[in-house]
Design a binder for this molecule. Sequence first.
Ligand code: SF4
Length: 366
Amino acid sequence: MSSNLLNLYGLTRAELGSLVSGWEISPVHAARLWRYLYLDGADTLAEMTELPARLRARLEAGTTFGRLAVARETHSGDGFTRKYLLGLADAHRIETVLMRYKGRTTACISSQVGCAMGCVFCATGQMGYTRHLTPAEIVAQAIHVDRVLRHTADEAPALAEGDHSSPHHRHERLRNIVLMGMGEPLHNYDSVMKAVDILCDGAGLGLGAKKITLSTVGVVPGIIRLADERRPIYLAVSLHGATQAERATLVPAARAWPLEMLMEACRYYTDKMERRIFFEWTLIEGKNDGPEQAHAVGSLLKGVPAQVNLIPLNPTAGYGGAPSHQAAARRFQDILAGYSIPSTVRQRRGIDIGAGCGQLAVAEAG
Ligand code: SF4
């Protein structure tokens, strides 16, 4: 896959239409090409037999829509999670995760090679930043997962505990996306939003915007822009500390966007969007899982439509903290409930293959 070629996965349907009409070829064929890309999951131009030869020759000469090459695939022991190490055209690599649980199919997608935000407990942050992903590279991860799902529909993996339905009745298409993989999506705002537009196109993959959740470490200008542009995707904000001093020890980005500024942006977002924010809280034993911190979160989020997702720390090589015990997580939840803040404790899945939150990293990137 040469990087000089125009990657079709990076074009909106309108842009693809302009490209084809610029070659003086009927828009009917542009529409068919779009369907080949997003509905039929075509792997090669040769499969696009309904396109006129003239269009295929143009596409052959100047474009690509290649798959991301799978360098490694790992499956979790419980069968719910698969992690893909995917190769990019310039030999960098990223990780994408497929989660299938309780009939839900979700892709956890990366937005950058590495990450500049440096959260201390995160394997991606420990790697440092290499580059932004293009819209095509972001879309291609979703296409990869969608293809996997379609091609494995007649296998009989454990879709859910106690799921005995026939494989033929399973709706094996990608339904949900979380932008929680490698990278800070709001640091690569334009590419991520273009990819979201492509993925949500009703004539293509047709993912509802409400099926997409973007997770940010708290990039304030990006949060304000999401609200100003009225982007209908869900927003998750990584909090991890309820005072500026505590948060800054875990999340260096808090120095650029202090907690007070972040909460102001969150209130602006919830007012303008009239929807709640998911706040993520990595539970680290003895560090931020005590009653005092839970009360501080309750006070901090007062008046903000919020749900708190508690995530017991997942192990990474570069951070020595331990996950909180269940009892601490439950106590944290009870305290939040006293402030009328709903919360969940995230299931620890994919940990055995390094596919849990904060575990994605590519040692051999580049
Ligand atoms: S948690 Fe997210 S923002 Fe923080 S370093 Fe990891 S990938 Fe980057």
